[in-house]
Design a binder for this molecule. Structure first.
Ligand SMILES: Cc1cc2nc3c(=O)[nH]c(=O)nc-3n(C[C@H](O)[C@H](O)[C@H](O)COP(=O)(O)OP(=O)(O)OC[C@H]3O[C@@H](n4cnc5c(N)ncnc54)[C@H](O)[C@@H]3O)c2cc1C
Length: 454
């Protein structure tokens, strides 16, 4: 009997998880590695950040998902991959070294601060469940502090939210905080008046949702304005001074900002690569690392110049798909479709059915974003719409995409409940405590560090 090939998959996101789901384990011996022991659903991070959903509703244990699909035939190892050695075919985490015959890299992206290194420690980001949770806790803490502040100046200083980036994530989080201002503030924080809370979204280009249609952009703009969000278009952020709570813009103006939520850029997750001599490498960057740190692949998702290494999803940069010569958009559908195709290709190769191996062609099903309840924008291939119906479509698509029946039901119940009634137990401010005798609330200090975080 031919020994099974050892497949190591880095990342249990949309791409990695869909890949392992479709792989035939009669031919492969698979280990999935992820830095978390759960799969997350990024499109709803903004709802966690704005207390609309609790984190457990958008996360799913990876072990359970693998067991459901493959019983105990697949391994899951939690760990953060730091180095890949393609010469010796090993993957390294701080805890172990794993050998592979086939490596699938599906580690997604992380925040890009465009060389403004100070931002890393001072802004809030939305790239993981943990980051969304931190944002939620600190929004709630700011509201609590403002509710007992003695002057209006102090309250305004505490409640000035600035969102940088007018893409889907920026628009969604700005809209969600706008809803808190419009509906939650008057009911639950009567000592704060609505005009003491400001939300501003800053976008460098001349419209919101730049990757969507102009209709979608103007619908998003109208919706945000009706939620009392200030929209600044055509201007970039120059710097953020956390000491003085000021965001400076390139046009010379500035904004007060007790909290800056950064949604303006992503870059591929990076590892240290040990590769055989790479003559075309420039300044230490391997030649297969392309724009945005993404790994250049051929049209079968094989990383250029590396043997038996595949890249899927956000981390992959494929130029061979005729419809997307500059690479695919970093979207869940691309990741899901690539995961499935590469698994099927490897299954076909293992069975000797070479005729069934296909190149990747992205089937673009459209895009959507939501701006508060009742309002969404949907761009399909031949059809565009916005408003209430778009919002129903948006809810349906997200519900069917979330993993786990319990999660689907919890999310649906939460949405129905929130639709009719804004009081939600999710606005509980529970901070993790490191020491049993130091777990009181009220130890919050701006920018998220609590006194027991030292
Ligand atoms: C806030 C937000 C909203 C979004 N909204 C939408 C939307 O509405 N529609 C849409 O189509 N797309 C949306 N996206 C994009 C979509 O989430 C991504 O395109 C998709 O998640 C890419 O899948 P992936 O598997 O490549 O990466 P991911 O889903 O990011 O998965 C990467 C996995 O790798 C793991 N990992 C990372 N580094 C390491 C490491 N060093 N070692 C081990 N494990 C590691 C991570 O924990 C994660 O589980 C959104 C993204 C964000 C951040």
């Amino acid at each position: 009997m031919i020994p099974k090939k050892r497949v190591v998959v880095i990342g249990g996101g949309f791409a990695g998880l869909n890949f392992v789901k479709h792989l035939d384990l009669d031919y492969f011996d698979v280990t999935l590695i992820d830095r978390n022991n759960y799969h997350s659903f990024p499109p709803l991070f903004y709802q966690v950040a704005s207390s609309g959903l609790d984190p457990a509703s958008i996360c799913f244990p990876l072990r359970r998902e693998l067991r459901k699909r493959h019983g105990s035939r697949m391994r899951f190892n939690m760990g953060t991959v730091e180095r890949v050695d393609t010469t010796n075919r090993t993957v390294h985490t701080p805890l172990e070294e794993l050998p592979y015959d086939i490596l699938v890299v599906a580690a997604g992206t992380t925040n890009n601060f465009f060389n403004m290194s100070r931002l890393k420690d001072s802004v809030y980001t939305m790239k993981s469940t943990a980051e969304a949770l931190r944002c939620r806790n600190d929004i709630l803490a700011l509201l609590e502090r403002a509710s007992i502040a003695s002057t209006s100046v102090e309250r305004r200083g505490l409640l000035s939210f600035v969102v940088i980036g007018g893409g889907p994530t920026g628009v969604e989080i700005a809209g969600a905080i706008g809803e808190m201002k419009r509906y939650v503030l008057p009911r639950e924080y009567p000592s704060i008046s609505q005009d003491e809370m400001t939300i501003t979204i800053v976008e460098g280009s001349d419209r919101l949702l730049r990757t969507m249609s102009e209709d979608a952009s103007s619908a998003a703009l109208n919706s945000l304005e009706s939620l009392m969000v200030n929209v600044r278009l055509g201007v970039n952020m120059k710097e953020y001074e956390p000491e003085s709570n000021l965001v400076r813009l390139v046009d010379g103006s500035s904004l007060d900002a007790s909290m800056v939520i950064w949604t303006a850029g992503v870059t591929a997750t990076s590892f240290s690569w040990t590769v055989a001599e790479d003559t075309s490498a420039s300044s230490g960057i391997p030649s297969f690392v392309g724009h945005g740190g993404r790994l250049k692949t051929d049209s079968h998702c094989r990383v250029e110049g590396l043997d038996s290494v595949y890249a899927l999803g956000d981390i992959a940069l494929m130029s061979g798909d005729p419809g997307f010569p500059a690479g695919h958009p970093q979207l869940a559908q691309v990741a899901l479709q690539q995961g499935k195709l590469v698994a099927r290709n490897l299954n076909a190769e293992a069975k000797g059915s070479y005729g069934r191996i296909k190149p990747f062609r992205y089937n673009d099903k459209g895009s959507m974003a939501t701006v508060g309840r009742n309002r969404a924008v949907v761009d399909l291939k031949h059809f565009r719409f916005h408003g209430f119906f778009a919002w129903l479509v948006w809810m349906f698509i997200h519900l069917i995409s979330i993993l786990g029946m319990r999660n689907k039901i919890t999310v649906l119940v939460n949405w129905i409940w929130a639709y009719f009634n804004y009081s939600t137990s999710l606005r509980l401010l529970i901070q993790p405590s490191r020491h049993p005798d130091n777990d009181e609330l009220g130890v919050f200090s701006p920018r998220g560090k609590s006194a027991n975080d030292s």
